[in-house]
Design a protein around this ligand. Structure first.
Ligand SMILES: NC(=O)C1=CN([C@@H]2O[C@H](COP(=O)(O)OP(=O)(O)OC[C@H]3O[C@@H](n4cnc5c(N)ncnc54)[C@H](OP(=O)(O)O)[C@@H]3O)[C@@H](O)[C@H]2O)C=CC1
Ligand SMILES: O=C(CO)COP(=O)(O)O
Length: 352
């Protein structure tokens, strides 16, 4: 049994705290609001984020970061990516010896274009870090907190530490794999939120399963195109943090990204949607970052570009779908296009 700090008491922070508590760890859950801390400690509930769940007594909440991380060598960060830098700046002055920093947030920082692990490395000096580990995969907090079967993957530049984190979280309801490709794992988990917004939007417009299947498949193609350009392994996108998370987010009513897209497709403005959601919709910020990344890397990302125009340039969602459908014709699989042109060359040499 270890003492583990979980920073962020929203849906996912609370669900991960539950997994750790089920594994008999002593969890300090940091929340920023004192009324939420009191609710968790006195009533053992977190009604705003997981209304159906009772929390065990080995989860103790605090709004004091010093108290949260005292006597622990493992900090699990689960805040929205927009809050991350600010929290890391506060943490930096509180960490006294090297710690393992696990994060479970999904996003890319606009302008710096850093993945979450890079933001952590940017803020926390090397001598205070044992390793940075990402935990990602198809895992809605609502289902994890009901102990429904869930699989995720953990990844780090330090594989031994990734295996230690696998041991902290794994249990018969929550199966944890490892994957050495941290770039692919972080990008898959972040970029799928863009496609989930698109899938919700398509459903909101009244389009059917064909359109959604097209978005998922062509979405995965552009995620993999950007990811491999940035050094990720193609196979990671066929795994839990790739297709796995893409499917769960694009097809579930639990997904805030899908729900936000759905409301946009039904004609609500982005401001109205975000105001009413009451929870983080990471895909909006990530669309901006991915749009910038695609430009920087010279990678074609048509779905991301259209979504960027819907979110930030008031393009009508239906026009965005029309633009995607009217793009100039192309091959489905880039790697095969050279095979096709070779075949034509051979055919021309040996006409039958
Ligand atoms: N929910 C899920 O199923 C999953 C979520 N994730 C990822 O986990 C991350 C967190 O998401 P999730 O828990 O769902 O988000 P929620 O919207 O459920 O909760 C957000 C939490 O962050 C806190 N918060 C918001 N802004 C700040 C801030 N500026 N400083 C400090 N705390 C802040 C909120 O506090 P307050 O209540 O006081 O506003 C709340 O505790 C995201 O990156 C998400 O993509 C990954 C996998 C699954
Ligand atoms: O990442 C998630 C599930 O794996 C949660 O997705 P949403 O943020 O869209 O709810």
């Amino acid at each position: 049994m270890k003492k583990i700090a979980v920073i962020g008491a929203g849906s996912w922070g609370t669900a991960l705290a539950l997994v750790l508590a089920d594994n008999n760890h002593d969890v300090r859950l940091w929340a920023r609001r004192s009324e939420q801390v009191d609710e968790i400690n006195e009533h053992h509930t977190n009604k705003k984020y997981l209304p159906e769940i009772n929390l065990p007594t080995n989860i103790v909440a605090t709004n004091d970061l010093t108290e949260a991380i005292s006597n622990t060598d493992t900090i699990v960060l689960v805040t929205p990516t927009s809050a991350l830098r600010e929290i890391l700046k506060q943490l930096k002055s509180e960490i006294e010896k090297p710690v393992t920093i696990v994060h479970a947030s999904k996003g890319i920082e606009p302008d710096t274009l850093f993945r979450v692990s890079e933001v952590i490395e940017d803020e926390i000096p090397e001598e205070l870090r044992k390793a940075v580990v990402v935990l990602s995969g198809p895992s809605h907090a609502e289902e994890v907190s009901l102990r429904q079967p869930t699989t995720v993957t953990v990844s780090s530049k330090n594989h031994n530490v990734a295996e230690q984190v696998q041991d902290l979280f794994i249990n018969p309801n929550f199966r944890v794999y490892t994957n050495p490709d941290i770039v692919g794992v972080e990008l898959g988990g972040s970029l799928k939120n863009i496609i989930a917004l698109g899938a919700g939007l398509s459903d909101g417009l009244g389009y059917g399963d064909n359109a959604k299947a097209a978005l998922l498949t062509r979405g995965l193609a552009e995620i993999a195109r950007l990811g491999t350009t940035m050094g990720a392994q193609t196979l990671t996108f066929a795994g839990l943090s790739g297709i796995g998370d893409l499917v769960v987010t694009c097809t579930s009513v639990h997904s805030r990204n899908w729900r936000a897209g759905n409301l946009l497709g039904k004609g609500n403005s982005l401001e109205e949607v975000l105001e009413n959601m009451g929870m983080v919709v990471e895909g909006v910020r990530t669309t901006k970052a991915a749009f910038q990344l695609a430009k920087k890397e010279g990678v074609e990302m048509p779905i991301t570009n259209e979504l960027y125009d819907v979110l930030f340039n008031s393009k009508h969602p239906k026009e965005a779908v029309d633009s995607l459908m009217r793009r100039s014709k192309t091959h489905e699989v880039e790697d095969l296009s050279s095979l096709i042109s070779n075949r034509y060359t051979l055919d021309e040499k040996n006409p039958e």
